[in-house]
Write a protein that binds this ligand. Structure first.
Ligand code: 5MY
Ligand code: ATP
Length: 462
């Protein structure tokens, strides 16, 4: 790509989050993450470059080691012509969701993060059934240890399920989602199926489906209407009309949905990097069932199911969960350590660099985090390492998984000996990546504590 000869007409709006606005190339398999700001803060181009380089370093030197490099794309910082960025921001403005427009795209620095477009149709041959890409933001998959929390409810109901009450009370979403992350991270097929079905019913910002690079299914924040599941099923039907189902050419809507969920669940369970085989089974710890999950409420009926299975150790869900569990103290146990670091930085501002509070996110940073002692010796180094661990865990709690399902060649359809189950499993090859791995700033810690208190008191009230 010739960065000095850019044309905004080659780019289109792709999506956005809380911090970045994403534009994709109309033909090539690349996209840019442009930063967006709440206020038009006075950041120099060099500071903007440094901030994005920090994201690249954190992704490649920290998150990639913890999650598995095969799943992670770190990207690179690019400098774009300012006029191109300005024209682009004007071009895409009308496509942005209104509720994100309190943020403005950074048109001053010219810096952006360049990544492969994981939903790009141009990666594959054009066919009537282009790859399906399913983006899942799973959120936190475990309950905190009772040692560190002041409210017993936090050890019984997961943060996501409690947060749902708070979000509905504050009008962020009109309806609660019945998805529970603890079911998705269970490794138990029935629980995972249950979780994915509820993600589809109420996707909020936890599920998006792309076909041929276009987002065909997602929630609109603040909207009264649920997304159109029938339209999703209409898109999915041709992918599942194969094997035995093709014989009579008819498939019920429920069967399409079940097959889709089964294929997605399989893709998540089979995505492993490095050595595999062992099982992470947390049922014994009592931190893997959420009382608010509908599945759990039916636990007596499902008791034989609950005892079985777990995630294979090097599975992507397992690695995300292990990284989330670096938050071993809960925000309540972590906050006093954060205060120790803050106090120290006020007294000795120059130590900010040595403690690597804002990076650099290099090998040394990762070692500090991995070698952090179990015992608090009262030092600022211990406190800083625990805060670093917490911030890494926050990133893992906020990342997204992109599952790509590529329909297999037609020849597999011809084998009518296959049962429905094996044919649907063979009908796709899959790959998995993890998105949105930027570091959370130090000042997100007090915000997290305040939010935690609001979520818990709202839940206890309702
Ligand atoms: O705190 P949470 O759990 O609400 O997570 C925030 C997300 O809200 P969610 O609950 O997923 O709708 C929030 O997502 P939305 O903007 O709601 O789509 C962001 O991902 C936010 O991260 P950051 O501050 O932009 O780095 C997330 O904030 P962090 O807590 O990860 O900093
Ligand atoms: N490499 C990619 N390939 C395809 N789509 C992507 C890619 N990166 C981001 N996206 C899309 O753009 C959206 C916004 O990106 P992202 O979640 O990284 O933004 P963010 O502002 O960092 O998010 P958050 O709100 O979690 O802070 C994603 O939800 C996803 O749909």
């Amino acid at each position: 790509m010739e960065l000095d000869r850019m044309d905004e007409n080659d780019w289109k709006y792709h999506g956005e989050g809380n911090k970045s606005l994403v534009v994709s190339h109309v033909q090539k398999c690349v996209l840019f993450h442009c930063m967006q700001w709440l206020n038009n803060i006075n950041q120099t181009a060099e500071q903007a470059f440094r901030q994005i380089q920090n994201i690249v370093d954190f992704t490649s030197n920290v998150m990639s080691c913890l999650l598995g490099e095969k799943f992670v794309h770190s990207g690179e910082v690019v400098r774009l012509p300012l006029e191109f960025v300005r024209q682009l921001s004007i071009k895409i403005q009308h496509q942005r969701p209104a509720w994100r427009c309190d943020k403005v795209m950074d048109i001053y620095s010219g810096c952006a993060l360049c990544l492969p477009n994981l939903t790009s149709p141009t990666l594959h041959q054009p066919t009537p059934t282009p790859p399906l890409c399913i983006e899942i933001k799973p959120k936190c998959g475990f309950l905190p240890s009772p040692k560190h929390v002041s409210k017993d409810i936090k050890t019984r109901v997961c943060r996501y399920c409690m947060h749902q009450h708070y979000k509905v009370a504050n009008g962020k979403w009109k309806r609660r989602s019945l998805y529970c992350p603890l079911d998705l991270f269970s490794g138990n097929r029935q629980r995972m199926h249950f979780a994915i079905r509820h993600l589809i019913e109420e996707p909020q910002n936890n599920l998006k489906v792309f076909k041929g690079g276009q987002c065909i299914y997602s929630s609109k924040e603040g909207s009264d209407e649920s997304p159109d599941t029938n339209s999703l099923l209409h898109h999915l039907r041709p992918y599942f009309l194969r094997g035995n189902n093709r014989v009579n050419g008819h498939m019920t809507t429920k069967a399409v949905l079940n097959d889709f969920i089964q294929v997605l669940g399989n893709a998540l369970l089979s995505a492993a990097g490095g050595d595999g085989g062992q099982v992470t089974d947390r049922t014994g710890e009592g931190r893997s069932f959420c009382e608010a999950s509908l599945f759990n409420r039916e636990r007596i009926r499902h008791v034989h199911i609950c005892r079985s299975q777990g995630l294979p150790t090097n599975n992507i869900l397992s690695r995300i969960l292990q990284t989330q569990m670096l938050d071993s103290l809960d925000i309540e146990g972590l906050y006093p350590l954060y205060c120790r670091v803050e106090q120290h930085l006020q007294d000795f501002p120059k130590d900010r660099t040595g403690l690597q509070i804002d990076g650099p996110y290099d090998q040394n940073f990762l070692e500090k985090v991995q070698k952090c002692s179990m015992e608090d010796d009262g030092s600022v180094e211990y406190a800083a390492a625990k805060v670093h661990q917490y911030r890494i865990a926050m990133t893992a709690k906020d990342c997204s998984i992109m599952v790509t399902l590529v329909p297999s060649g037609e020849e597999e359809d011809d084998d009518e000996e296959h049962s429905d189950r094996s044919s649907v499993e063979q009908a796709f090859s899959s790959s998995v990546s993890v998105l949105d791995l930027d570091p959370k700033p130090l000042d997100s810690v007090p915000r997290q504590l305040r939010l935690d208190q609001k979520i818990v008191s709202c839940y206890l009230r309702t």
